[in-house]
Ligand binder design. Sequence first.
Ligand code: SAH
Length: 356
Amino acid sequence: MSDAAPAPAKPAPAWGILPDEWKGILAERGLRPFRADQILQSLYRDYIGGWDEATTLPKDFRETLKKEFPLTPATIAATSESGDGTKKLLVAFEDGNAVETVLIQATGRFTQCISTQVGCAMGCVFCASGARGVVRSLKADEIVAQYLLARRFGDITNIVVMGMGEPFANYAETMRALRLINAGKGPNLGARHITISTCGVVPGIEKLADENIQFELSVSLHAPNDELRSRLMPVNRQWPLDELIPACAAYTKKTKRIITFEYTVIEGVNDSRACADELARLVRRVPMAKVNLIPLSPVSHRPDFRTPDERTMMMFLDVLMKAKVQTMLRRSRGKDANAACGQLRLRNLDGQERHN
Ligand code: SAH
């Protein structure tokens, strides 16, 4: 074994390799396993932007690393900032595809909203990310690259997987990326500071319950009955509430962890008193459930969907609180930069619509 002349093997993106895997993968390729720690130091303590910066490693070995374990060539193709300080980055990959990631500053927190797919196949009618379907899923290293690029803007304290895409439609790569970001010898971001949000892909919820990891789980509900939910979220036709709710209950029972239900309130669509009552009854079927109420962010492809007024939001809050459901009223951030929930979308791919 040496630092040079490795057996030719398919390049493996460095940011897709879990810290624990490095020794094995180096050995497999006839390289010295003890280099693993130095590599991890360079990647996740020095946060190198290219192997040339890993000056603690011998030069010939750096050349080997470049060929065998390339750093994913992701770039920030555009940035925009909204009045509330929320930043949106357009992250472009080598094949020309790009995703958006959003940085949200709050007191004591710097949260990154991360994407897992280019576009989305789920087709929720109020969401811009899915308005043109899915192009492809991201690989773990591409998800990690979003995080590493975002770190240039500050110390990320929280990640929410609420950007473009459905994480459970890209389960393995999403989990690999999050495990890497969470790893002690990686960026070491606490599992409880990482929230995965799903539109209700039941097998994903079941799988996550079996993983021994403390990521937070959010489930996008948005409607309290099948009739309405199937109209708003096609995923409900595949996994209706009578499958989703028991899966959520089983998850909380098994993991002893809470589930947060997201409910985006849309004027005249799911904002009635009857909806609020029905929602309260529904979430009470899940032990340790919380509800986040979010006013709809306007999206250009559905001008008929409008943000509810303050009174409606307060009515929902009141009904849920009276039913003893723990509820939070969320404000959407980043609206004037099209960076709010459901507004992420690849404008730069569209001839008429230029990215701002
Ligand atoms: N696919 C995942 C994560 C991405 S969406 C999921 O569905 O949970 C993140 C959250 O934003 C989801 O709760 C989604 O329903 C919500 N959302 C989508 N469009 C929205 C809009 N126009 N206004 C407010 N929230 C929206």
